[in-house]
Ligand binder design. Structure first.
Ligand SMILES: Cc1cc2nc3c(=O)[nH]c(=O)nc-3n(C[C@H](O)[C@H](O)[C@H](O)COP(=O)(O)OP(=O)(O)OC[C@H]3O[C@@H](n4cnc5c(N)ncnc54)[C@H](O)[C@@H]3O)c2cc1C
Length: 317
């Protein structure tokens, strides 16, 4: 039988930490989040964020992304959550077929190659949730606090024992799990985005292939997020003007009106890439440690499913 009334300390206030804390609080547990960076300084706030479990490996990825898709579809009816259902085009330079996780979407259709932007060989259209992360994180924090979750800023030096006053420690530290666990399998992959004024585009576009420099744009009302980059060897946190210029230029090859769009912001984050998402439990002095990290480029898309799985592990006898 699942345990009730558990005292839980969640380390990390990105999308994984807050969603896990919220799930636990909604199941009646007492939850404190402790995080070095508050939600709006986390990698989660930098994400684009288009639903799709990209660069995330685990046999339950489809189950977790489906649960998250359902959650986002519900949230799209609440404008304050920052989630929109948007139609768009994903296209491949090499002639790929749609990825497996899209195949159950009701409006997935193959695009006529003659309608694709120059240089693309295949493509498909579908409707998916796009999450405006700064707005969404504000919404999630409010919902978590309403459910009784407390959030404090602070650093966890180790995960070797459950601190006094708690039964379970939950590790949602994203790319920092590499040093904290420690887990050398975690590879932080630097990503950069540009936020511009939306010149009137209401569809998303995304490259299907992963590359160090790829093309996508995501409309969030009067703003657009343009991407992106993926550099495992780079640790610099400041935005790189040369990368930003190339991001805008690539997006403008698909939609020329983006060339002159006013730049509003630049974002940098570190995808917590790992050979396998880690949602696991281990016994440590003082109780249990539950891990929920390693979601790569799909942490937003897996957030609700992984939060439920982590909450199940917290409650396990
Ligand atoms: C450019 C870019 C674009 C992306 N686009 C998408 C997308 O379109 N769709 C999608 O699904 N995903 C996308 N992602 C991936 C997604 O952002 C991540 O998978 C997700 O944000 C990971 O969330 P997290 O909560 O696990 O980690 P994070 O957001 O990194 O949060 C980690 C938290 O742990 C805290 N922490 C770390 N160490 C400690 C410590 N020792 N003590 C206390 N606190 C600590 C941090 O301060 C932070 O609060 C993108 C990522 C990037 C960089």
């Amino acid at each position: 039988m699942a345990r009730s009334g558990i005292d839980v300390l969640v380390i990390g206030a990105g999308v994984s930490g807050i969603t896990t804390a919220l799930r636990l609080a909604e199941r009646g547990h007492r939850v404190l989040i402790r995080a070095r960076e508050l939600p709006h300084e986390s990698t989660s706030c930098a994400a684009g964020a288009l639903w799709g479990p990209v660069v995330a490996e685990h046999e339950r990825v489809t189950e977790w992304s489906d649960e998250t898709l359902e959650a986002f579809r519900t949230l799209a009816a609440h404008p304050e959550a920052g989630v929109r259902l948007v139609q768009g085009l994903e296209a491949s330079h090499t002639g790929m077929a749609p990825p497996v996780w899209l195949r159950d979407l009701p409006d997935l259709t193959l695009a006529d190659p003659a309608t694709l932007p120059a240089g693309y060989l295949s493509g498909w259209r579908y409707t998916a949730p796009i999450v405006d992360m700064p707005v969404y994180l504000t919404y999630l924090v409010l919902r978590a606090k309403d459910a009784g979750v407390q959030i404090e800023q602070g650093e966890a030096a180790s995960l070797t024992e459950v601190p006094a006053g708690f039964d379970v420690l939950v590790n949602c530290t994203g790319a920092d799990a590499r040093a904290l666990v420690p887990d050398p399998e975690v590879v932080p992959v630097r990503g950069q985005l540009v936020v511009v004024e939306n010149p009137g585009i209401d569809e998303f576009f995304a490259d299907a292939e992963d590359a160090a420099e790829m093309t996508y744009f995501l409309p969030h009302g009067d703003r657009m997020v343009l991407g992106s980059t993926a550099h495992p060897a780079r640790t610099d946190r400041a935005w790189d003007p040369a990368l930003a210029e190339r991001i805008v230029a690539r997006c403008a090859e698909v939609r020329p009106e983006l060339a002159g769009a006013r730049v509003l912001d630049h974002r940098v984050g570190f995808r917590p890439t790992r050979s396998r998402v880690r949602v696991e439990r281990e016994a440590i002095p003082g109780g249990h440690l539950v891990h929920n990290y390693g979601h790569g480029g799909g942490g937003v898309s897996l957030s609700w499913g992984c939060a439920s799985a982590a909450a199940d592990l917290v409650e396990a006898p």
